[in-house]
Write a protein that binds this ligand. Structure first.
Ligand code: AMP
Ligand code: MG
Length: 322
């Protein structure tokens, strides 16, 4: 893989690569995406192969301007238009009834499609230069930690992808909020940078639904996702780690509480500074995971919205793998 800086020439090259049905990894404000021409099943097939992603996990389609939306979706309900006007470009994905032109591979055979307009200038430049909608999940092997730098992508998918457009560290550091608007009302499927409160500012009623992939496999069982190779344990407030459990210990510090650990990553000493915690989360986990530790501990977070989004990632990263 070659890491490309976001010059005009490099963006052109990457856009051509996409139009030739090849993969391009690129920075967005949430996490790095692994992009392919969304209108080409052959191109999208490469995403699933590179990530070893199961076909039941649908992809998000990225666009650069509102005009592209009409080509992809059957209708734009008022609630979706209002949300798009308020938060696009930004870390918000909206689900619509899809048009025929969207390959089944992207939607896992469903009749709905998830669409986002990212805010990162490099992502927008790539999308508008390529002049095609781009399907892009996070640029990591399926189930593993999301990448928030070009180096993360290179370390994880360097063999599978030729070009990564380097836009620096991702601003948000966690995946987009997903809202299903396909039935004409807002149903929150995944928490992220745009909060339920933000959505309520646009539409009075927000329902809470279960994400397609992220639905627990069985009652009480969370699907493992966003996970390091090292065992991750989320401690309750005041809980102490079991000494006997391991030899080398990593600690992801949030707030003032500390434990006896060999390696520490401080996300924030202020346990209410959720923006900083989200921003650093995956980078810190990547580093700890590279050290060959026996276990990584982190204390649970309290709070709604972005705090809940971070807890969602932590609990899935700590979930037992099947
Ligand atoms: P990402 O994890 O950012 O790659 O986004 C992919 C996720 O978007 C999937 O795992 C689903 O949870 C969600 N998604 C994609 N398409 C749809 C859809 N048509 N309906 C509901 N959720 C979707
Ligand atoms: Mg992902």
């Amino acid at each position: 893989m070659a890491i490309f800086r976001g010059t005009e020439e490099n963006i052109k090259k990457a856009a051509e690569h996409l139009n030739n049905d090849n993969l391009v990894a690129f920075a967005t404000e949430t996490v790095y995406g692994l992009g392919a021409n969304a209108l080409s099943p052959q191109a999208c097939e490469k995403i699933f192969q590179a990530k070893k992603r199961p076909k039941y996990d649908p992809l998000i389609v990225h666009i650069a301007e509102m005009g592209q939306l009409n080509d992809l979706v059957q209708e734009i309900p008022k609630v979706a238009l209002d949300l798009a006007e308020a938060y696009w470009p930004g870390p918000l994905t909206l689900v619509f009834k899809k048009k025929e032109i969207i390959p089944d591979l992207i939607t896992s055979g469903m009749d709905t499609v998830a669409i986002r307009m990212p805010a990162h200038p490099l992502a927008l430049a790539l999308l508008s230069t390529a002049k095609i909608p781009v399907a892009a999940p996070s640029a990591n092997p399926f189930g593993y930690l999301s990448p928030t730098t070009a180096e993360h992508v290179n370390a994880q998918l360097g063999e599978e992808v030729e070009i990564v457009l380097d836009g620096g560290e991702c601003d948000w550091g966690i995946e987009s909020t997903i809202v299903d608007c396909s039935q004409g009302e807002a149903v929150l499927l995944r928490q992220g940078g745009i909060s339920a409160e933000d959505i309520r500012r646009v539409t009075a009623e927000v329902k809470f639904g279960k994400a397609v992939l992220e639905r627990p496999l069985a009652p009480g069982q969370l699907a493992s996702h966003y996970a390091p190779n090292t065992k991750l344990i989320v401690l309750k407030k005041g809980e102490q780690p079991l000494e006997s459990q391991s030899k080398s210990v990593g600690f992801l510090q949030i707030g003032a509480a500390v434990i006896d650990a060999d390696e520490v990553e401080v996300l924030s000493r202020d346990d209410k500074d959720f923006k900083t915690i989200a921003h650093k989360l995956f980078s810190a986990l990547h580093r700890l995971d590279s050290l060959g530790l026996d276990v990584i501990y982190v204390y649970e977070l309290e709070g709604e919205d972005l705090a809940a989004a971070i807890m969602d990632r932590l609990l899935k990263a700590a979930a037992k793998r099947s």
